[in-house]
Design a protein around this ligand. Structure first.
Ligand SMILES: Cc1ncc(COP(=O)(O)O)c(C=O)c1O
Ligand SMILES: N[C@@H](CCOP(=O)(O)O)C(=O)O
Length: 467
């Protein structure tokens, strides 16, 4: 029997997989998590050895999806999703030190880890919508990568209109072109006069406006959507198994912004994967590192860095962790989120903080340290890392413990951030051939202020659900 899903705020109905995927955010403003964590025994994990990425994905996803999608269809969807990847292993490992490996997650069509979940999510959603004869309006916030991945995955579908909100002038030129040049009639890129947190605030505002939400049939593709997290759990299994799980324990360092990727690692651990430490890497926007150190989750202004996709202060999925670490105390989560809304901060309860510290470590790498690490890894391992990956490598090395086997997630291809990479290494990474001409394509996007009413009016006018 598959699990159903409950909200972190405890005041929305429990839902099955298909509804959770289509809803995105729970109606009480919370995030859905599985009521039960599926369990993988040591024998189950051993049986994943030698399997393809696709077959591992099937086995990891199935307990969440249950009979919402039949096995043959699910297998086909997984095959089709990862056929878009340019590496036969899909998410390969590269050794970068005696006990350090880089997990490359950027072999999908838009060169960032978002493709891993987005290529799957678009197909799962399309299948469920086709069965139900429904369509949705999707609103997504991006600091640069989610947007391009979503646009690639959903462009041209007749069952979804997609509105992607990105911070005006704060994404890399490659990221911007990936969002503004699709030419697809069902896609709109919207540059918001603000930062990523403003974009995400608008998306959550739309979800919490139930009249609007119902009118346009709102759905989400950010990692607030459980299906995104679910798809990201798979590569923790494939990489850990490749390195000797369940016999060996693996630690992971994850360049972190919205906390979705590292929450997927936490989920894998809850499912039985023997994971050692979960290391959160942050840039100057270090709210998570400060929160772990002090117990105060306190927002400050967002600072622009060379790892722009991590320029985030409100890490949505931290709410999921609070829920789990508090013993699933929805009241504690509601109070924390209310305080965050009112004052921009909250204090993590002592027992919850201790539970978080038992599983997670956190560190920060600034712009200079990130640049130095790009140069160092190029020299020591002949490896050209993007700034997000280098940020995590720096933190992993700083916090390394003797005897620990560490996997560092590489979340983007260096060619997405050529200026920062060139400055640090002297090498200008080039885009792969299939993106030839991207930078010359004509752009189309709308600029809007960070204003919920204006955003909703815009979507009302342009969504095929209401327009
Ligand atoms: C390249 C890159 N690295 C890291 C992150 C942070 O991941 P998460 O938001 O899941 O914490 C992002 C954005 O999400 C990203 O685009
Ligand atoms: N870094 C992300 C921010 C949104 O993250 P998501 O995983 O919640 O979609 C981006 O590139 O847009």
């Amino acid at each position: 029997m598959a699990t159903d899903f409950i909200s972190t705020r405890g005041e929305a109905p429990a839902l099955g997989f298909a509804d959770v995927m289509l809803q995105g955010l729970a109606r009480d403003g919370g995030l859905y998590v599985p009521r039960e964590w599926p369990q993988f025994s040591a024998e189950d994990i051993r049986s994943l050895r030698g399997l393809s990425y696709e077959e591992t994905a099937f086995r990891v996803l199935k307990p969440f999806i249950g009979d919402a999608i039949g096995d043959d269809v699910l297998r086909q969807i997984i095959q089709d999703a990862y056929a878009t990847f340019r590496h036969p292993a899909r998410c390969p490992l590269v050794q970068s030190g005696p006990s350090e490996f880089i997990l490359e997650l950027f072999h999908g069509p838009t060169l960032a880890f978002k493709d891993v979940a987005m290529q799957l999510l678009a197909r799962l959603m399309d299948h469920v919508l086709a069965e139900r004869g429904e369509r949705v309006t999707i609103a997504g916030a991006t600091s640069g990568d989610t947007g391009g991945a979503a646009i690639h995955a959903f462009a041209g579908t007749s069952r979804a209109d997609l509105f992607i909100l990105f911070p005006h002038g704060k994404v890399s030129p490659v990221q911007q072109r990936q969002m503004t040049t699709s030419g697809a009639a069902n896609v709109q890129a919207i540059a918001i006069e603000g930062n990523f947190d403003d974009c995400q605030g608008l998306v959550k505002g739309m979800f919490n406006d139930h009249a609007f939400r119902d009118r346009v049939g709102l759905s989400g593709v950010n990692s607030i959507n459980w299906a995104r997290i679910m798809a990201q759990i798979v590569y923790y299994f494939t990489s850990a198994v490749a390195l000797g799980a369940p016999e060996r324990k693996i630690s992971f360092t994850v360049p972190t912004g919205n906390f979705g990727d590292i929450f997927a690692a936490y989920a894998a651990k809850r499912m039985g994967l023997p994971i050692g430490r979960l290391v959160i890497a942050t840039n100057e926007n270090d709210i998570l590192a400060r929160a772990l150190a002090t117990g105060e989750y306190s927002t400050q202004g967002v600072v622009a860095t060379t790892s722009p996709s991590m320029d985030i202060q409100v890490s949505s999925n931290f709410e999921r962790l609070l829920f789990e670490a508090s013993g699933r105390d929805a009241g504690e989560v509601r109070n924390a989120m209310e305080s965050l809304k009112q004052s921009g901060s909250f204090t993590i309860a002592e027992a919850t903080l201790n539970a978080i510290r038992a599983e997670f470590a956190a560190g920060r790498a600034g712009i200079d340290e990130t640049a130095r690490t790009i140069a160092e890894v190029l020299k020591s391992a002949d490896y050209l890392a993007d700034p997000h990956t280098a940020n995590a490598l720096h933190v992993a090395r700083n916090l390394a413990e003797p005897g620990e086997l560490m996997v560092v997630l590489s979340t983007a291809h260096p060619a997405k951030f050529p200026d920062a990479v060139e400055q640090a290494s002297g090498i200008t990474p080039s885009l792969p051939v299939w993106l030839d001409g991207l930078m010359e394509k004509e752009e189309a996007y709308t600029v809007l202020p960070s204003d919920l009413k204006m955003m909703e009016d815009h979507i009302d006018r342009h969504s095929r659900a209401t327009g």
